[in-house]
Design a protein around this ligand. Sequence first.
Ligand SMILES: [Zn+2]
Length: 210
Amino acid sequence: MRLILLGAPGSGKGTQAALIVKDFGIPHISTGEMFRQHIRQGTPLGLLVRQYIDEGKLVPDDVVVEMVAERLRDKDCESGFLLDGFPRTVPQAQALGRHVEIDAVLNLNIGKELLLYRISGRRVCKSCGDTSHVEWLQGNYGCPCGGEYVQREDDREETVLKRLDVYEEQTKPLIEFYKKGGKLIEIEANRERDDVHLEIKQALSKLKTK
Ligand SMILES: [Zn+2]
């Protein structure tokens, strides 16, 4: 099963990714994690990526595509993979298509209001890093570790809204691209984790028997 997983920040993408790779016994390929690994190991690619990041530039498509394509040639990708964080643009998707055929693209759909509630209500303990939500904390911002729950700059409502707009704008053409190619599966992610997981499993099992 060769899959791509799309979903806005806060859509539960990480959680569902972990469940899917377990279901199908396929590797979870996150480009963000690959970048960090190359940088940590100081590979030629890592040094190149580092340079772009230090200059505040986006890593060019051909560099990202080459890195992913190389990874997909590894033995553990023979029976499939789950791509997370890639492709981000139509040119990347087209380039990927020249290397490998994708079976399905899962798009986790979640209303903006719920995303905003989840992210802007998030609080993180300054001392131990534990994550909670204003709904569970109920006005008590003391952590059992003795630390204090605070809101991260990134989680402020204005920042979240801006990030969601950017995400939507960037992803819309990509979603159209895969819809036209008949690969897109829309998943209603505005529900409990297990319900979302079940819908994904059902959608993918139909795909297999086709
Ligand atoms: Zn704490």
